[in-house]
Design a protein around this ligand. Structure first.
Ligand code: MN
Length: 275
């Protein structure tokens, strides 16, 4: 069994190697990771410069690209057969709620899912001292379960682990994404030459504290496991938006409050569609 391991913190990250070691208990592991930290890079792929594969050690490679590049190169260039699992992390810091859309860790797992491979993203709470051994332990248990049961189509698992000793972890909980936002997301400052500059920072707050959210699970010392679906379509909104279709086609604007007056103008379009 082959397992591909990557991350967005870079090939020298401690979390990457803790994860690879845990995966070696389950199968043969290939590590392919960005040569340097590429956090908050989302699902970016490199299209405008050559990518190089650097052989670092046995079954360990670095790439001058993004986490998603690593998954693509790993699966298509390093492996003769698609791996049974793509697993990314262990990220230094949580990937909860809305943050998953920025996350290189989650996006690398998304790339694995796009390639049709069961994929897991693993992130660890905290700053400074990380208990990678706790996250590695749960990554191995969850990977085992995924290898045994598979995942629903087009679905990846986003796993977040509290920064505690294994004994202090309260359990594993299946969760939904919380809503997280920044207070004062952009800070304006003045540089030494008197010009304005901006820093994207701010304080993260969650306002959805639903008991089944990923954020609540971490708060209660639980490992959070969120199934993420690749299809972002909001099916519930389709019918409502379809009422705009005809107006948009006639170039008559989108104000739903005026459809009665516009109806005669729409008649020809209706006829032509019937033909
Ligand atoms: Mn990271």
């Amino acid at each position: 069994m082959r397992i591909l391991v990557t991350n967005d913190d870079g090939v020298s990250s401690q979390g990457l190697h803790a994860l690879a070691e845990a995966m070696r208990t389950l199968g043969r592991v290939t590590v392919i990771a960005p040569e340097r930290e590429r956090g908050a890079i989302g699902h970016a792929v490199t299209l405008h410069k050559p990518l190089r594969l650097i052989h670092v050690a046995k079954d360990v490679y670095a790439v001058n690209g993004t986490p998603s590049d690593c998954v693509l190169l790993g699966v298509t260039q390093l492996m003769r057969k698609a791996p049974s699992l793509v697993i990314t992390g262990i990220n230094r810091g949580l990937n909860l709620g809305d943050d998953v859309t920025y996350s290189g860790t989650v996006s690398a797992a998304l790339e694995g899912t796009l390639l049709g491979i069961p994929s897991i993203a693993v992130s660890l709470e905290g700053e400074g001292t990380f208990r990678f051994e706790t996250a590695a332990y749960y990554a191995a248990r969850i990977a085992e379960a995924v290898l045994r049961h598979g995942l629903p189509p087009e679905t990846l698992l986003n796993v977040n682990v509290p920064n505690r000793s294994r004994a202090a972890v309260a359990g594993v909980k299946v969760t939904a994404l919380s809503r997280r936002q920044f207070v004062d997301p952009v800070i304006e400052k003045i540089d030494p030459r008197g010009r304005k500059y901006y820093w994207i920072a701010g304080t993260r707050v969650s306002w959805d504290r639903g008991k089944d959210s990923d954020e609540q699970a971490i708060r209660h010392g639980l490992v959070s496991m969120t199934p993420l679906h690749m299809d972002l379509t909001h099916y519930g909104a389709l019918d409502d938006l379809r009422t705009w279709e005809r107006t948009l086609q006639n170039g008559a604007g989108t104000r739903p409050s005026r459809p009665a007056k516009r109806r005669p103008a729409q008649a020809p379009a209706r006829h032509s569609r019937r033909r």
